[in-house]
Design a protein around this ligand. Sequence first.
Ligand SMILES: *[C@@H]1O[C@H](CO)[C@@H](O)[C@H](O)[C@H]1NC(C)=O
Ligand SMILES: *[C@@H]1O[C@H](CO)[C@@H](O)[C@H](O)[C@H]1NC(C)=O
Length: 192
Amino acid sequence: MWHFRLWDVQDVAVFLSIALYMCHLAGAISIHSPQRSLTRSVQEDVFFSVDVNCSGIHTIQWTFMSGVVSRTIGTWQPGGFTNITVDYSSRVQPHDNGSMGLSDLRLQDGGYYVITVTDATGNSKDAGHVLKVNEVLYEDLQYLSVSALALACIAGLLMLAMWLLDKVYRRIVAWRRRKQMPENDATELQPL
Ligand SMILES: *[C@@H]1O[C@H](CO)[C@@H](O)[C@H](O)[C@H]1NC(C)=O
Ligand SMILES: *[C@@H]1O[C@H](CO)[C@@H](O)[C@H](O)[C@H]1NC(C)=O
């Protein structure tokens, strides 16, 4: 009887430790992000794609860092509350898997974006992403179109000037011919 009971207790202990180990594994947070470094241009959108694996209730927080600046973009719980900072509220789209979309990029958006996942017991893990924002395209295009227009105008003026000069030259030649006509032979008046 005692012997049997002792085994029972041992079994339960082993079972409990296995169960605890499994719980610990399940509680481990994993953050998978296929792309950690992104480059976009001003006014474009960016999508920080991540896939958070964490059992139970957990909180996702995104933080922006650049130089000495560090500010919270938003905090949300999958299937629960969503709290996006006022400055970002119109540009940020939160997703349950932890992903975050940020639209209408500005030059100042370039920097580090850190996602922090905190589980119900307070354990947390984070992953950083780098975003580079280029200003080029728009201004370059504007500059190009302005210079193309200026070149076209100059070309047009040159063509007009050449046409006018040609006309004047022909007139002068015709006038000279007419002046010389009486002294010339009839053979020289043949059309060229
Ligand atoms: C996360 O979810 C979004 C929206 O449902 C999806 O577009 C994105 O691909 C997901 N990310 C990953 C890494 O699975
Ligand atoms: C939302 O987040 C801001 C800053 O991150 C915080 O000050 C505010 O208390 C939060 N609001 C709620 C309802 O949790």
